[in-house]
Design a protein around this ligand. Structure first.
Ligand code: AGP
Length: 603
């Protein structure tokens, strides 16, 4: 979950390196650094914190080099500090690394016995030393980079340059994303294609094990056995789409407001033609069970889909956290199974490990992904795009609703294949109202600002829901804690009485998701149990439900009435606004919350 950027040009590259890091900052922002080579040799400038701190340093200490590598770090081994920042250097070799060197301890000891002197606490610093020792033993830099795979256990993407050859950048990918591109002003490497916008028209997407030699005017790609290979080239979208906040103060707020457009984009792609049938060559009538796998917010989308698969398609499913699934025992029960892996980035290490495991079990896999240039999109058997556009804010918003909207279409397709036509028609009719209903909720933002004040002062908060809104309670808690740092937990409302209600007192705000529906009477009882213990109740529900509980609500947010099947999608929006406005009230860093990164490419 770090960001790599590199450039080789006929003019100084420091500025383009810093700009590239700014576009990768969502991947991690504990520290950042650049290194270039000029007539004076290798130079390195680093700064703790966001890329803006590095930019100030680079402006104060100009770097004239025309070849350089750069890195924005999410700390795994070693605190955020200048000495732990990348690039790491060793005897004229400079390296930036994304991933984890699992066996860094033994490598470090072995290298220290050979006389290598380490400066940092990081795992990554073993890499320049491995290369430097191989070069000292007579390998050329390219061969030394290729030999990394003989030593390193774990995932990595590296960009490497050596002081004695300013005409070539070396790179290699193994489990962490990397793309290369040639533009009018030179060659570039990046962890993410979107960071190349405006520099080149197309990018070469590297496969696992690939190695690159990048010159100002040429890209040479070699596969894991060292054979020259041609890789797919993809167009690079214009800058505007990715890095414009649309007049909003934060990417997260822009992305919340993007959601009606996202819903319409999904409608246009998925509802005007049998798109799911074209993309997913599976007969759900021949499937006994679905396995949904994801992490974080994407996992909560899967929990909602579990209920839809049961209620609409009559299909049972299991939902698993990828970090658990990847190590869980396999039960061979003869059930015909298909797996659905859901991810915004398509690069989440745990989710990719689950994909690997499922492919080993020959389970058909469907990837539901936003980043179309990603490992999951490329390597799952079937792929359904989220069409949400770049999501820069670390807290996932539009990608989450897009996941629900796409999962719902997959459920409707499965239901039709399984003869559940009436249920499928009902779901599709509900989805047809999604964009309009989301838009209606967005107009309610002002009311949410007032409610945010209640939560902003809290030390902790509870979120409760029932049925398909129980996962939304957990998602609302995650949104709040990840950007406002308030401790929050989501519970099944019926579970409160089995322990968590002990947490409720006059200082504990409880957000209750209470739309009308079959479960409302039960939810209403749970809300009254909370009121009896003086809990501060914030109700989210439609008019009818709020009226029924008006005597116990300290605050309420009205949701538009809609088909129960659509309620999880609609409830997500006020929860996103709530977390956003609480975090603003608390002066938190909305788009770069502490300790987090947008794409968790390490386990
Ligand atoms: C969501 O707000 C979080 N940033 C995080 O939980 C995220 O959903 C999780 O890391 C999974 O990421 P993915 O969807 O890219 O796989």
């Amino acid at each position: 979950m770090c960001g790599i950027f590199a450039a080789i040009s006929d003019r100084p590259v420091a500025g383009v390196l810093v700009e590239g890091l700014k576009r990768l900052e969502y991947r991690g922002y504990d520290s950042a650094g650049v290194a270039t080579i000029d007539d004076e040799g290798l130079r390195r400038v680093c700064a703790v914190g966001k890329v803006s701190a590095l930019q100030q340093r680079v402006e104060a200490e100009p770097l004239p080099g025309c070849i350089g590598i750069a890195h924005t770090r999410w700390a795994t081994h070693g605190a955020p500090s200048e000495v732990n920042s990348h690039p790491h250097m060793a005897s004229g070799v400079a390296v930036v690394h994304n991933g984890i060197v699992e066996n860094h301890g033994e490598l470090r000891q072995r290298l220290e016995r050979q006389g290598c002197r380490f400066l940092s606490e990081t795992d990554s610093e073993v890499i320049p030393w491995l290369i430097s020792c191989a070069v000292a033993d007579g390998s050329g830099p390219a061969r030394a980079v290729r030999s990394l795979g003989e030593h390193i256990e774990g995932s990595y993407a590296v960009a490497v340059m050596t002081e004695n050859d300013r005409n070539v950048l070396h790179a290699k990918r193994h489990g962490s994303p990397l793309v290369a591109a040639l533009g009018p002003r030179g060659g570039y490497l990046s962890s993410d294609i979107s960071a190349l916008a405006g520099l080149a028209d197309e990018a070469v997407v590297l496969s696992d094990g690939d190695q690159v030699e990048l010159r100002r005017d040429a890209i040479s790609v070699f596969d894991k056995s060292g054979r020259p290979v041609l890789r797919a080239r993809l167009p690079i979208d214009a800058v505007g789409e990715h890095f414009d906040k649309g007049g909003h103060p934060h990417y997260m707020l822009k992305e919340i407001h993007d959601q009606p457009a996202v819903a319409r984009a999904i409608e246009a792609r998925y509802d005007k033609s049998p798109f799911v049938a074209e993309q997913v060559a599976l007969d759900f009538n021949q499937i006994d069970r679905i396995r949904l796998i994801a992490c974080g917010t994407s996992y909560y989308a899967c929990l909602v889909a579990k209920r839809w698969f049961a209620e609409v398609a009559g299909l049972s499913s299991d939902v698993e956290l990828a970090s658990e699934h990847r190590y869980a025992p396999v039960v061979a029960d003869g059930q015909r199974e298909a797996a659905i892996l859901v991810s915004q980035s398509g690069e989440t290490a745990d989710t990719l490990a689950s994909l690997e495991k499922l492919r080993g079990l020959r389970t058909p896999t469907i990837g539901i992904v936003n980043q179309q240039v990603s490992t999951l999109a490329r390597e799952a058997d079937f792929f359904l795009p989220l069409l949400a556009g770049a999501e820069i804010g670390v807290a996932s918003t539009k990608a989450f609703t897009a996941q629900l909207l796409v999962l719902a279409r997959l459920v409707a397709h499965a239901a039709e294949q399984r003869g559940q036509r009436a249920a499928a028609r009902r779901l599709r009719a509900a989805l047809g109202e999604a964009a309009k209903t989301i838009e209606a909720v967005l107009h309610n933002e002002a009311a949410i600002v007032a409610v945010a004040g209640i939560l902003a002062k809290a030390r902790s908060a509870l979120f409760v829901g029932r049925g398909a809104l129980y996962p939304l309670a957990m998602e609302g808690a995650l949104k709040l804690k990840e950007i406002s740092y308030i401790h929050a937990e989501g519970f099944a409302a019926g579970e409160l009485k089995h322990g968590p209600i002990a947490l409720v007192d006059a200082d504990t705000p409880v957000v209750a998701l209470a739309p009308s529906g079959d479960l409302f009477p039960k939810l209403a009882s749970n809300v009254r149990e909370i009121a009896a213990r003086k809990g501060k109740i914030i109700l989210l529900g439609d008019r009818k439900a709020l009226l029924a509980l008006s005597d116990v609500a300290d605050a309420s947010l009205t949701l538009p009435a809609c088909d129960e099947l659509l309620q999880p999608i609609i409830a997500a929006i006020p929860l996103q606004f709530l977390a956003y406005h609480v975090a603003v009230a608390r002066g938190c860093d909305i788009d770069h919350p502490r300790n987090l990164a947008k794409s968790v490419t390490v386990e």
